[in-house]
Write a protein of this length. Structure first.
Length: 277
């Protein structure tokens, strides 16, 4: 046992151990985190996990390359197959046939790829500031993926994530900075997105016919003032995802669930509940 709240249970997946939180009962909802340095499932979703678990079975894994998921030094990442295979293995280990998926940023791209490649394992999708369509690497994303551990660099990286700068507290910066200083954490992160960074954004994007093949009901949630993934990304998805809707929020950056937690939770719950209404 551990006192570290970021660590859940270890599940054998694809030859390595995936750190995963599993709480609550009801329909399975998988929460997928983004790709920032020091990120984990718990760090990304800790504010929503206890609330959503009152109504659903919440599954929160650390994507391979992030958090406390354990991989070998010679592990080779395969875009986007590494994460599709991992998430299917997590569902298999937990005995879950199909799950709703809520994906943040890079996690949104993983959710889209799962819906395209493994539609029989996915139900409704909620995509927040999602990747998955062509995006140019701007200075903000370059700073996130090119992060080198220091308190100043972490503060700068986190500042581009949010419209409300008061959310970037000394405590939060320290928490995320310490996460990047764990043995092997920064090395694993740098192996996921080595420069040049644009090639990984290109590999993350689904082809248009892939988007058009997705028949899941999709809720897109996007901060109007997102400096990491522009609102145009969700507008493009809205054009090509057959069963999609978009909710844009003003005075909101890349962290919708942290900047507007009540509104985000209500949008997610109302959307998921439509399936059984």
């Amino acid at each position: 046992m551990t006192d570290n709240p970021e660590i859940g249970r270890m599940l054998p997946t694809c030859g390595y151990q995936t750190n995963c939180h599993d709480l609550g009962q009801g329909d399975a909802v998988m929460l997928l985190h983004g790709s920032g340095a020091g990120v984990s499932g718990w760090a990304n979703w800790r504010g929503l996990m206890p609330v959503l678990s009152e109504r659903y079975r919440i599954i929160v894994p650390d994507l391979v390359g992030f958090g406390y998921t354990e991989i070998a030094d010679d592990y080779e990442f395969r875009f986007m197959d590494s994460w599709i295979d991992q998430m299917i293995a997590v569902l298999d280990q937990l005995g879950i046939e199909k799950a709703h998926i809520v994906g943040n940023s890079f996690g949104g791209a993983v959710a889209l790829w799962m819906a395209w490649r493994a539609p029989e394992r996915t139900r409704r999708l909620v995509l927040m500031g999602p990747g998955g369509v062509p995006i140019h690497v701007g200075p903000e994303l370059a700073a996130l993926w090119g992060y080198k551990p220091s308190l100043e660099n972490m503060r700068n990286a986190m500042s581009v994530m949010t419209y409300n700068q008061s959310l970037v507290t000394d405590e939060l910066v320290e928490l995320r900075y310490r996460a990047t200083m764990r043995p092997g954490a920064q090395e694993a992160f740098e192996r996921v997105f080595p420069p040049p960074h644009q090639r990984w954004l290109d590999a993350e994007a689904l082809p248009i016919h892939g988007l058009q093949a997705i028949k899941n009901e999709v809720l897109l949630i996007h901060g109007r003032d997102d400096r990491v993934v522009p609102l145009d990304a969700s507008l493009m998805m809205l054009r090509h995802l057959e069963n999609s809707q978009l909710h844009a929020i003003s005075k909101c950056g890349h962290w919708t669930m942290m900047e507007h937690p009540t509104r985000f939770r209500q949008l997610v719950e109302n959307f998921l509940d439509e399936e059984t209404a």
